[in-house]
Design a protein around this ligand. Structure first.
Ligand SMILES: [Zn+2]
Length: 675
């Protein structure tokens, strides 16, 4: 692979001479632009009945599913129906897109491909079906951004520049982690995230399915896990609970994935060559499970108990499974058996981070076991527990993954380390030099739920978990640890972006934090380092954002949102009074209207008791919660809902507000798109 990359690097120098090189993300290893274009189909001049496309899609057996995926994508935006025909040949055929695994370059590996666009034919040739799929992703990006529209687009010339691409990923693990625990994303939302992963040639979907605050996966043998563990009344978002759609019929917050839901999502991901890696946390972060089944905790007299309710405000409540009770291990094996049945991929993630071992220290059973094993530290005791799980999974043909801390007590074998920590706590080097695999996801570069643009919370960005990870920080991340000897670098499987959801109450907010940083992470894991250039990436990203827009992905534009109103000191009183603004011109459609009050100048901030939307003088909706906008703002965004927009009506925004300790307050009201 290394030799291949150096060939790519030389050839790429020639390709970059073309100023108008297509804006592909992630950047292919080699791309040579040629003169001319291939016309996929004529522009639709009027939206009408689906027309048959002149261009046909030819497939061999291994490429048929991807051929059907391509035809479905093309139909949505072009309105043309593309016929799919079987062709076992390897040569280009005029007027067709040939997808084939015949006569492919074996050196490209299971995920590599060649893409040749000539004026009269397109060929995607790959050693295996995954490479064919990635070739199709590149082909789609060579088309105008409107190709990603979910609806037929009129007037777009569907042409593809003639080009030769030879490409293969740098790393086999190009991941993204979704936290469905702190916020429950429904099945359709998860599929949208999977589609966005596919656009970026990401291939590992790490799904965080349980934690202290919820259990999200149906386990048939232990039904209380979801009956009890999937619901809470205290939403506890850093944003406004009104933003969230994850409420049950009884008003409780949460939800879970049935086993049918899981199978559907796993199949959907597999069609996009994405492996789903489920995570079931153990032994820590297990309060939700222990709330359902307390008997699997330590339960000693002085031990801390399960919380009794999931309405806690701490996302890390310190729940810990008893490592000494045989029935606990049997329970965990029951759970993992059903998990393995649902997730056919090679990896099972079992968490292992931030374990609170105080119950183990107080529970005689754990102390007795620990002594009998000759173990001296709690880190080693966790290592003992984890090794049992790793060996058990190995015996069933799977590989265990755990967070950095699984190796705090020493090497755990039959395991992959997912390294989220930095500095001396980082375990990747330790794992790799012991010939154990590692996935890099350090907080400092891969936690893309952190702030992207520091200093502009509540105006340009919603609040986030504390910490900053800028777009360029992600882009410049090098997954191979600097001091890792070359002999062990192959033990670094790749890297992954993580989106923890304590501050993410909606799909819009999630996508705002995912993108464009996940675009950068895709290039980190796919493209050879010698080809990476942040300025070039930024230029390509400008085009790529048009693709995201077409797909309906709510990326962070790093821009001040539209301003819909403002206040000045002369309007402010020190006692609560109603402030009103005519926002009719900003209300162009029905739906959710989010407003963020952003203090700009003056000695006094503004306390806000509620905000309301009025239509022709009649109140339509009101969001009542205590907010403050000032130097240190607190929940100054309000969510207002307009079920139907009435043409010609006047829309007034009201706030019940008071200057805090004075009236010198001036600010603006933005309409953000992330709440
Ligand atoms: Zn115990």
């Amino acid at each position: 692979m290394k030799r291949l990359l150096s060939i790519f690097a030389i050839l790429f120098c020639a390709a970059t001479a073309f100023a108008t090189s297509p804006a592909l993300i992630p950047l292919p290893q080699q791309m040579v632009l040629q003169t001319g274009t291939f016309t996929l189909c004529p522009a639709q001049l009027i939206p009408g009945a689906p027309a048959p496309a002149v261009t046909k899609i030819l497939v061999d057996t291994a490429s048929r599913e991807t051929g059907e995926y391509l035809a479905a994508q093309l139909f949505k935006s072009t309105g043309y129906r593309f016929e799919i025909a079987t062709n076992s040949g390897a040569a280009p055929v005029a007027g067709t897109i040939l997808l084939t695994t015949n006569s492919a370059l074996a050196i490209l590996g299971v995920e590599g491909y060649e893409l040749t666009v000539a004026t009269n034919s397109v060929v995607i040739r790959a050693p295996a079906s995954a490479g064919v799929f990635y070739g199709v992703q590149s082909l789609l990006q060579l088309l105008p951004p409107e190709i990603f529209s979910p609806r037929p687009v009129v007037g777009v010339p569907w042409t593809i520049p003639c080009v030769y691409i030879q490409d293969a990923p740098r790393f086999p693990w190009r991941g993204w982690m979704l936290d469905s625990v702190r916020h429950f994303f429904n099945k359709d939302e998860v599929k949208e995230f999977v589609d966005a992963m596919a656009l970026h040639k990401l291939n590992m979907f790490h799904w965080h399915l349980d934690d202290d605050t919820a259990w999200r996966i149906e386990i048939l043998k232990w039904p209380l896990l979801t009956q009890v563990g999937a619901w809470r009344t205290n939403v506890n978002f850093g944003l406004n609970p009104r933003s969230s759609t994850a409420y049950g019929d009884d008003g409780r917050y949460g939800g879970f994935y049935t086993q049918a839901d899981i199978r559907e999502i796993v199949a959907y991901a597999a069609q996009r060559h994405i492996t789903v890696v489920p995570e079931i946390e153990m032994p820590g972060h297990s309060s939700a499970a222990l709330n359902a089944y307390p008997q699997f905790g330590c339960g000693c007299q002085t031990c801390s108990s399960p919380p009794g309710s999931l309405d806690n405000t701490n996302s890390n409540a310190g729940g810990v499974f008893c490592a000494a009770r045989p029935e606990t291990m049997a329970f965990l094996q029951d759970v993992l058996t059903e998990v393995m049945d649902l997730f056919p991929g090679p990896y099972i993630h079992v968490g292992g981070d931030e374990v609170n071992s105080s119950n183990w220290q107080q529970h005689s059973l754990d102390q007795t076991l620990k002594s009998s094993l000759g173990i001296t530290s709690m880190q080693q005791y966790q290592g003992y527990f984890t090794q049992q799980i790793a060996n058990w999974l190995k015996s069933r043909g799977r590989t265990m993954i755990g967070w950095s801390e699984i190796m705090n007590g020493g090497l755990v074998t039959n395991a992959v380390v997912m390294d989220w920590l930095t500095g001396s706590s980082s375990r990747a080097q330790q794992a790799a030099t012991n010939q154990q695999f590692a996935v890099m996801t350090p907080t400092s570069t891969c936690y893309i739920n952190y702030v992207e643009n520091p200093g502009v919370t509540w105006s340009v960005e919603p609040p986030s978990q504390s910490g900053t990870v800028t777009l360029s920080t992600v882009y410049n991340f090098e997954p191979i640890p600097a001091n890792l000897p070359a002999a062990f670098t192959n033990y670094i499987l790749g890297a992954q972006g993580n989106n923890w959801a304590e501050f993410i109450p909606s799909r819009l907010n999630m996508e705002f934090k995912m993108f464009p940083r996940l675009c950068a992470l895709a290039e980190v894991t796919w493209t050879a380092p010698s080809l990476k250039n942040y300025t070039d990436f930024s230029n390509r990203l400008a085009i790529h954002k048009q693709r995201l827009t077409q797909m309906g992905v709510n990326y962070n534009p790093s821009l001040t949102p539209p301003q819909i109103a403002a206040w000045t000191a002369s309007q402010i009183s020190t006692s609560l009074s109603v402030l009103s603004w005519d926002i009719t011109s900003s209300v162009t459609t029905a739906g959710e209207i989010d407003v963020s009050f952003c203090w700009k100048t003056g000695a006094n901030g503004l306390d806000i008791a509620w905000a309301a939307l009025l239509e022709n003088g009649v109140e339509i909706d009101r969001d009542t919660h205590a907010g403050f906008t000032g130097a240190t703002p607190s929940r100054p965004a309000y969510v207002l809902r307009l079920p139907a927009r009435k043409p010609g009506a006047t829309y007034i925004l009201q706030a019940f507000a008071a200057g805090r300790s004075g009236t010198n307050s001036n600010g603006v009201i933005y309409r953000p798109n992330w709440d």
